[in-house]
Design a protein around this ligand. Structure first.
Ligand code: ADP
Ligand code: NI
Length: 214
């Protein structure tokens, strides 16, 4: 097994039993998508693969908000298989700033490889996979599919968003349809546009079926 395969095996084992939105198969998809984008963007493939594989190794959501556990665990693992220190440091920064960049406005670390992995992670929230994840999450939270009387809240704060009881369709307007304009890379944007169109087709079909029109 090479070091990338060893990393994949480690992540797969660590995420055993994780919920469907953040399970091994989410990591697998982000990994594959990140590789596709990395080639087109001529990013450092090795850094991208390690970061994609390790980006959710210890989500702060499930660790009392601690943002350092993820980078720490990733670093410990990469050191145990003798990856070089520069690569380890870069991977740790990516894991740190993938969530920081999203939650805080001021960016303090930037790299092409961060852009690639963040795009791949966002792409997994849209398209067919985004639809599947949204309804899976909605089911887990016991939310309805749709209620014409509950309008989407597009000025939603992060807290309201987490505690919301709104139906799953609203999540498309509150988050998923906004993601295509948040892509970092040209290759990511191209994929996002296709996945975005697929969600729009889905919504049109959904409303048509809801009213028995189609
Ligand atoms: P991430 O860890 O990628 O920032 P979240 O934990 O917020 O994402 O969400 C995981 C998955 O669940 C994503 O695909 C996201 O779109 C979906 N999701 C999050 N909140 C909602 C919601 N209110 N309704 C439906 N799906 C949601
Ligand atoms: Ni992720």
């Amino acid at each position: 097994m090479d070091k990338i395969e060893q990393t994949a095996a480690y992540v797969k084992l660590s995420l055993d039993g994780a919920e469907a939105g953040h399970d091994w198969w989410h990591i697998y998809r982000v990994w594959q998508t990140a590789k596709t984008i990395a080639v087109k963007e001529q990013a450092d493939i090795e850094v991208v693969e390690y970061a994609a594989l390790l980006h959710d190794i210890a989500d702060s959501k499930f660790n009392n908000g601690d943002e350092e556990i993820g980078p720490q665990k990733a670093g410990d693992f990469l050191r145990s298989i003798s990856v070089n220190e520069d690569t380890i440091h870069h991977v740790q920064q990516i894991i740190r700033y993938m969530s920081f960049k999203a939650s805080l406005g001021n960016v303090r670390f930037q790299s092409k490889e961060l852009d690639v992995v963040q795009d791949a992670d966002r792409l997994d929230a849209i398209g067919a996979m985004g639809i599947a994840r949204a309804f899976s999450y909605g089911g887990y939270k016991q939310r309805g599919f749709y209620d014409p009387e509950i309008l989407p809240n597009t000025n939603i704060t992060k807290e309201e968003y987490k505690n919301s009881n709104a139906p799953t369709i609203n999540h498309f307007y509150e988050k998923l349809l906004l993601l295509k304009d948040k892509m970092n890379t040209a290759a990511g944007k191209e994929l996002a546009i296709k996945r975005h169109q697929f969600m729009e087709m889905f919504l049109e079909q959904f409303y048509g079926e809801w009213e028995g029109r189609i």
